[in-house]
Design a protein around this ligand. Sequence first.
Ligand SMILES: Cc1ncc(COP(=O)(O)O)c(C=O)c1O
Length: 364
Amino acid sequence: MAQSNIEQKIRGHLANVQTYTPVEPPELLAQKAGIPESEIIKLNGNENPYGPSPAATEAVSKVPFHIYPDPRQRKIRQALSDYTGADAESIIAGAGADELIDLLFRLFIEPGDRILDFEPTFAMYAFSARVAGGSVQLVQRDELFNIDMDALRDSVDDKTKIVFVSSPNNPTGNLINKQTVEELLDTGLVVVIDEAYYEFCNQTVANLVPNYDNLVVLRTMSKWAGLAGLRVGYGIMNPGLVNHIVDIKSPYNVNVAAEAALLASLEDAPALLDNVAKIVSERDRLQAALEEMAGITPWPSEGNFILCQLANPEEASRVYENLASRGIFVRNFGSERLQDTFRVAIGTPDQTDAFTAALGEILK
Ligand SMILES: Cc1ncc(COP(=O)(O)O)c(C=O)c1O
């Protein structure tokens, strides 16, 4: 092979970038556990156990996908405006909220700029910041995983541009309160409040968008509407900022299947919100069951998942591995603060029963 030193041509900050660890697909998980795919219980991606709306499935099957999608997302933005109450010009959709996280960094971060991240939290913020050439300032949450404003003030400098907060926070499950959001906004930084799990708690700061041009609220169709595999999320922000995102995004970023599924899902929102109610009541049932067990402590959660704390990191990995060998997959984390934990997504009642029965045996 001719040698061109291809490795040396890769941008310095990307050559050895600290990457994101995504969840593996069901077929691989089944292979690892040595059981058929239909028997695995996948509780590692905070996906919706009831799947999408049948209306969305039907709409996707009819999409003429030889035609490009609308780059300005007119129907999507209008439907999301009707659903959220925000103006259509304040809304922009992405291929998942993940794409909007990436686009926000592209818009704001120059090499050397910093982002602030309240640890532990969703790892995509730090990952996308690094890909954009920014550096990541990790500010530890307090012992109850709340945001420490003094620690933030100590950490901000003139290179700090953006602060990201997931609310409810993935994976700890707690919310940020409105007063703290306002304190963050008053710093003048770009404040991104990621409400990916909004429908499970009904707490939002989207109503503050008209008052603050530095506020971005992110949402997704992945969780409440069961569209994770189609990749569609959205942001609510100042219309000027939306226009900048429109200018830099890939023109056809939300594909026609995702568009059709989103429109059908929003029309079928009452049925999907019934599923959300089932998940919330299952979350409360699982929380109560875990509280009864010795050797495990569930953190309270406002999302569709629960962070479970074990005695120590060795015990957490023993439980994780044992669950996996039975075909039950939960999420573990590499970060130091979460080494003695795993996160379990809320499944159907049958899945909860299988999970708690297995856990009971493993912890005995
Ligand atoms: C807090 C948070 N934000 C964003 C996302 C990604 O959402 P999407 O599937 O729309 O990219 C997730 C997914 O787990 C999440 O937990």
